[in-house]
Ligand binder design. Structure first.
Ligand SMILES: *[C@@H]1O[C@H](CO)[C@@H](O)[C@H](O)[C@H]1NC(C)=O
Ligand SMILES: *[C@@H]1O[C@H](CO)[C@@H](O)[C@H](O)[C@H]1NC(C)=O
Ligand SMILES: *[C@@H]1O[C@H](CO)[C@@H](O)[C@H](O)[C@H]1NC(C)=O
Ligand SMILES: *[C@@H]1O[C@H](CO)[C@@H](O)[C@H](O)[C@H]1NC(C)=O
Ligand SMILES: *[C@@H]1O[C@H](CO)[C@@H](O)[C@H](O)[C@H]1NC(C)=O
Ligand SMILES: *[C@@H]1O[C@H](CO)[C@@H](O)[C@H](O)[C@H]1NC(C)=O
Ligand SMILES: *[C@@H]1O[C@H](CO)[C@@H](O)[C@H](O)[C@H]1NC(C)=O
Ligand SMILES: *[C@@H]1O[C@H](CO)[C@@H](O)[C@H](O)[C@H]1NC(C)=O
Ligand SMILES: *[C@@H]1O[C@H](CO)[C@@H](O)[C@H](O)[C@H]1NC(C)=O
Ligand SMILES: *[C@@H]1O[C@H](CO)[C@@H](O)[C@H](O)[C@H]1NC(C)=O
Ligand SMILES: *[C@@H]1O[C@H](CO)[C@@H](O)[C@H](O)[C@H]1NC(C)=O
Ligand SMILES: *[C@@H]1O[C@H](CO)[C@@H](O)[C@H](O)[C@H]1NC(C)=O
Length: 409
């Protein structure tokens, strides 16, 4: 009797611990919310008319005491910029006349400038094509003669961004074409999704997002391959403060519930050189692309990235020229799609890839309920058996002990 009473608190404690452990994974305790609004060409009035295809989308994500500004622009290479301020009334000011002239430097500001805490940009610079006759899917090992002239995204003709802004879903789409004959039926598109709270995109790769992030899905559709064994890769650059380090971390997981067959997530982070300091901003992706507009397992193809390289000059982006000056620098990397044995681009003429851009530390994928259930059964059962075994031993000892001391009583 006494021993049963004694073990109850222990049992309770154990159950509580298990519950807390499990709920830490199941319950998404990301409660941070922002009020999201989309605006096209902030501050533009009738006195200035931008040339066709030039658009600037401003996403304002208003927090309790701060504001995150995301800007997507098609002036030269397509760019997504992020500016974080510690004011809930900061605003984007564009001097449109200068912004659209060749001399754009300093023509875009976030005011008050003293409230700016962090800014960075992600620029899509070039779409590369190479002849993979030996099916290695590894452009880094190929001779220069295998590479076809890259498509320069700064020279693309972009469609009207304003037509695609959807205020219900907080999305917008930027699609562009190159003048080359091989691109006549093709398009390169970027779709931005802004978020006011945590969640997970319904479509594969089902990236986890939070209120401090925006997602970009990019796709390359209908391009005519210029060789018989063409594969493509994408060149990206980030711009950040020059005192920050740029590196790609690859995290592994045992769970592929949300992105079948993919057990990794890559994050290109900007962090202070001090290793103990937290990450300030990131571009995160799952190393998978899809060869179909409706992603499925058969059409999934792995991606690889090259190591980020510091670059001597800032990327050819109107937004970057207009906002960033001294004290900022760029680093770049290539993301290749497909591995040896995968079908070439012309088999489906489609590739899509998704990244998340955000402030602070990248969201960490939790275990899915299925995996938690398996872990609970796998780990819980032996523990309960040990506990029950221990209790039985205790009960038997206690039963024996009083007998031994009875004569003294
Ligand atoms: C248009 O904006 C400029 C400043 O960007 C301003 O000087 C001008 O008065 C505005 N024109 C109209 C019609 O509002
Ligand atoms: C916002 O600022 C006020 C006063 O500065 C402070 O009391 C409050 O805790 C802050 N809220 C958040 C969410 O940081
Ligand atoms: C660019 O604009 C700035 C500020 O208006 C000016 O000081 C500079 O001289 C201009 N540069 C050129 C090349 O026009
Ligand atoms: C915002 O940050 C600046 C420094 O970056 C600081 O001087 C200012 O006091 C901060 N404002 C608020 C409201 O926290
Ligand atoms: C393809 O493989 C052959 C035989 O290994 C080699 O001679 C040739 O240089 C390779 N071609 C390319 C483009 O790597
Ligand atoms: C792309 O644009 C750059 C500068 O804007 C120019 O030098 C280059 O010749 C262009 N390339 C093509 C293929 O049009
Ligand atoms: C916005 O997206 C929703 C959901 O996809 C769609 O029903 C709606 O028609 C779209 N609105 C516009 C203006 O495109
Ligand atoms: C573009 O599509 C049309 C119609 O499908 C086709 O006739 C033409 O050959 C295609 N052009 C290229 C460059 O693939
Ligand atoms: C988002 O950023 C704000 C301000 O830096 C921070 O307080 C909050 O914890 C962040 N939320 C998440 C989910 O990272
Ligand atoms: C590409 O394939 C076509 C048809 O199979 C063939 O005629 C042509 O010679 C090939 N081109 C190259 C560069 O291998
Ligand atoms: C790292 O940062 C902390 C706090 O910002 C500071 O105390 C420490 O001296 C730094 N260490 C180095 C090696 O810079
Ligand atoms: C991407 O690959 C191309 C072709 O190998 C190379 O010229 C370029 O420098 C690479 N870009 C980066 C940022 O590594």
């Amino acid at each position: 009797m006494a021993s049963a009473v004694n073990t109850t608190p222990l049992h309770l404690l154990f159950s509580l611990l298990v519950l807390q452990f499990a709920s830490g994974f199941i319950v998404n305790d990301d409660k941070y919310k922002r009020q999201v609004s989309l605006e096209l060409n902030p501050g533009l009035n009738a006195s200035v008319r931008p040339p066709p295809g030039v658009g600037l989308l401003h996403v304002r994500a208003l927090g309790a005491n701060d504001t995150l500004h995301f800007l997507l622009c098609s002036l030269d290479a397509p760019t997504l910029m992020l500016v974080h301020t510690n004011s809930s009334s900061s605003s984007v000011k564009v001097d449109w006349r200068r912004f659209l002239s060749g001399n754009t430097s300093g023509s875009l500001r976030v005011e008050p400038q003293s409230s700016v805490q962090y800014s960075s940009a992600l620029v899509f610079t070039r779409v590369w094509e190479y002849d993979d006759a030996n099916d290695t899917a590894d452009p880094q090992t190929l001779p220069p003669s295998s590479f076809l002239p890259p498509y320069q995204l700064q020279n693309f003709t972009w469609e009207d961004l304003g037509q695609t802004v959807n205020l219900t879903t907080d999305t917008a789409r930027l699609c562009g074409q190159d003048g080359a004959a091989s691109f006549r039926n093709g398009s390169f598109c970027l779709q931005i999704s802004a978020f006011g709270s945590g969640g997970r995109d319904p479509g594969w790769p089902r990236l986890l997002h939070n209120a401090n992030s925006s997602q970009l899905r990019v796709w390359l559709d209908g391009v005519t391959a210029r060789s018989n064994f063409s594969r493509f890769f994408l060149e990206l650059e980030t711009v950040g403060r020059s005192d920050l380090l740029s590196r790609v971390d690859v995290l592994r997981s045992i769970d592929d519930e949300y992105t079948p067959s993919i057990f990794e997530v890559s994050q290109w982070v900007a962090s202070p050189p001090n290793a103990t300091s937290p990450v300030l901003g990131y571009t995160q992706w799952k190393p998978v692309a899809y060869r179909s507009a409706t992603p499925n397992l058969e059409q999934a193809t792995p991606c690889r990235h090259s190591e980020p390289l510091p670059l001597a000059r800032l990327p050819p982006s109107g937004l970057v020229r207009a906002y960033f000056g001294d004290g900022y620098r760029a680093s770049g990397l290539n993301v290749t799609f497909g591995i040896a044995g995968d079908p070439m681009y012309s088999a489906s003429k489609y590739l899509s890839w998704t990244v998340l851009v955000g402030l602070g530390s990248p969201p960490v994928d939790s275990f899915s309920p299925v995996v938690i259930a398996i872990m609970a059964v796998g780990l819980g059962t032996p523990m309960i058996l040990i506990l029950v075994g221990g209790v039985c031993v205790c009960v038997r000892r206690k039963r024996v002990e009083p007998l031994a001391y009875e004569p003294i009583n």
